[in-house]
Design a protein around this ligand. Structure first.
Ligand SMILES: NC(=O)C1=CN([C@@H]2O[C@H](COP(=O)(O)OP(=O)(O)OC[C@H]3O[C@@H](n4cnc5c(N)ncnc54)[C@H](OP(=O)(O)O)[C@@H]3O)[C@@H](O)[C@H]2O)[C@H](O)CC1
Ligand SMILES: [K+]
Length: 515
């Protein structure tokens, strides 16, 4: 279900195929799959269609030649801009070039500024794929800039040129001494052999557009077992169970939200409301400072001084507005010492970053532990600059999962979820509307609610991130956001989506329910 493969894994498959299949088979299949997708993006009357194909110096360019020849045979007017290789190219690429030369496609010497002057129905980006090593500048960079200025559909072959297929970063951008990399902003990407994590995280979602995975007719057995997947309800929905009539609030657990230092009451309130509407039986707001008398907007929440709380009585969501003073650290240490599931967010993560002994205590816990850092909080815990975290989000999440022996949610575009056992998921739901104050508190509260209702750690993490994102997507779809979407608005919509999951599980015959 939704596996993701690293460049190294794809290379291994390519090497196996090179011995098992006639030379050029995969490239021909890539060319057919790419052309079929391109035809779906063209006006019905293909013979009037004007297509620009950019062919790079490597085998991505070979794919482009195959696509160009097929589109020409289908009647399109194809213009090829060819970045010839600096050295001899692979035999399969040469054969693809010959096929393109033998077709009605025309090789053109179009300077980048001339590209903008033409009306194209489609651009096919075959400049670079998984072999990109260096930031795009010079002629390739100018071509990318020219294509990005167009308004027609752009179909990237395998990977949008300029994007790192493993990390989703634009090669060269964001590193110290930024050398100004750029990448094609495709409207569609057809990626070959297997889906790739870089298309779904960091800059990937802004550059890949709609993603089509073309297996190139390889049997599933030719692909290695995947340790990375796209998050999907299939991995967790079975835990969204119908409630028995004969139940009571104690059946659905207690959540303690530990936070609320003076002047920071909003964060625990948001987390608490999310926990309550996420289904927890009882929710206590445990204030490091003076407790609110009541949350007038959600009077069901019980407000208490944190010093009075025995954290052994339920799941703690530690961090929202907790502050980072000595009292906050003492309260956090008590929550860590409880044998209950624990969610660490916000200031709890900053306190961990400053306290190796506390990190050790977290790592030695037996009960499920979740940590939900944004990139800066992750950078602090790793002792690295934020650029280093964003340069390889999967590696950062995996390192933290091992360091804390916890399920890690590294937030951002294409949130990365990592377990201590090496499993990694990238979350496909959510949008820029989540880039606003309080959404992290809401996510932490929902995660605490699911843990309080008995969800296992990994599945609770996957579900909370998925529901948090899908709620944002549903709100944007109905016109609320992404600009101005607020954290509070997420909470009732997450509840709707959680109950939808339950209903879907309940209506499906048991045999078809997610395992
Ligand atoms: N191999 C197969 O069986 C299949 C491959 N597929 C397609 O092939 C690409 C991977 O092809 P590869 O040749 O390994 O790499 P690329 O085409 O992505 O590009 C690498 C070449 O580009 C040069 N390069 C790299 N960076 C730059 C740059 N910034 N400016 C200019 N040139 C650059 C690089 O030269 P080096 O000097 O760095 O070696 C290479 O010449 C894969 O993505 C698929 O599209 C088929 O799809 C499946 C079968
Ligand atoms: K490409």
């Amino acid at each position: 279900m939704n596996p993701l493969y690293s460049v190294a894994q794809i290379r291994d498959v390519e090497r196996l195929c090179a011995t098992a299949l006639p030379g050029g088979t995969l490239m021909e299949r890539a060319g057919r799959a790419g052309a079929d997708t391109a035809l779906d993006l063209l006006p019905f009357a293909t013979d009037g269609a004007s297509v620009l194909v950019l062919a790079g110096p490597g085998n991505n360019g070979g794919d482009a030649f195959e696509v160009a020849a097929n589109l020409a045979h289908a009647g399109a007017h194809v213009s090829i801009v060819h970045l010839a290789p600096a050295r001899t190219s692979a035999p399969e690429r040469d054969r693809a070039l010959q096929r393109a030369e033998a077709s009605t496609a025309r090789f053109v010497d179009l300077p980048p500024e001339a590209i903008a002057a033409r009306d194209w129905h489609l651009v096919v980006d075959g400049l670079f794929g998984i072999g990109l090593q260096r930031p795009l500048d010079g002629v390739p960079g100018a071509l990318v800039d020219a294509v990005n200025a167009l308004s027609c559909p752009i179909l990237a072959l395998d990977v949008p040129s300029g994007l790192d297929a493993d990390t989703g970063c634009i090669v060269g951008a964001g590193q110290t001494g930024n050398i100004g990399g750029r990448a094609v902003r495709a409207t569609h990407t057809i990626t070959f052999i297997g889906d790739k994590p870089g298309l779904h995280t960091c800059d990937g979602r802004d550059h890949a557009g709609d993603i089509i995975v073309a297996s190139l007719d390889l049997p599933a057995a030719s692909l290695p077992p995947a340790s990375m997947h796209l998050n999907d309800p299939a991995f967790f929905a079975r835990h969204a169970r119908v409630r028995r009539h004969n139940s009571h609030k104690g059946s659905y657990g207690n959540v303690f939200v530990l936070g609320g230092a003076p002047g920071m009451a909003g964060a625990p309130v948001l987390a608490g409301r999310a926990a309550l509407q996420g289904g927890a039986g009882r929710v206590y707001l445990c204030f490091a400072g003076e407790p609110l008398p009541v949350d007038a907007g959600q009077p069901e929440l019980m407000c208490r001084p944190a010093r009075d709380i025995d954290f052994a009585g339920g799941v703690t969501v530690a961090g929202p507005g907790l502050g980072n003073g000595d009292e906050a650290a003492r309260l956090l240490a008590r929550a860590v010492a409880s044998r209950q599931p624990l969610v660490l967010d916000a200031d709890a993560l900053n306190l961990l970053a400053a306290d190796p002994a506390l990190r050790g205590a977290v790592a030695s816990r037996a009960a499920p532990t979740l940590a939900t850092p944004h990139p800066l909080e992750a950078a602090r815990m790793l002792g690295k600059p934020i650029d280093a975290v964003q340069a390889d989000r999967l590696a950062a999440a995996r390192t933290l999962a091992t360091m804390l022996n916890a399920c890690i949610v590294l937030k951002g575009s294409g949130t990365v979820i990592a377990a201590p056992d090496g499993r990694v998921a990238i979350n496909p739901t959510g949008n820029a509307g989540l880039a606003t104050a309080g959404t992290g508190d809401v996510l932490a509260g929902l995660a605490g609610a699911l843990l309080a209702q008995g969800w296992p750690g990994w599945e609770a993490t996957l579900a909370a991130v998925w529901l948090h994102g899908i709620a944002a997507d549903m709100l944007v779809a109905e016109g609320t956001g992404p600009i101005g979407l607020t954290a509070s608005e997420l909470i009732p919509t997450m509840r709707v989506e959680l109950n939808r999951l339950v209903a879907q599980q309940h209506t499906q015959p048991a045999a078809q329910r997610s395992r």
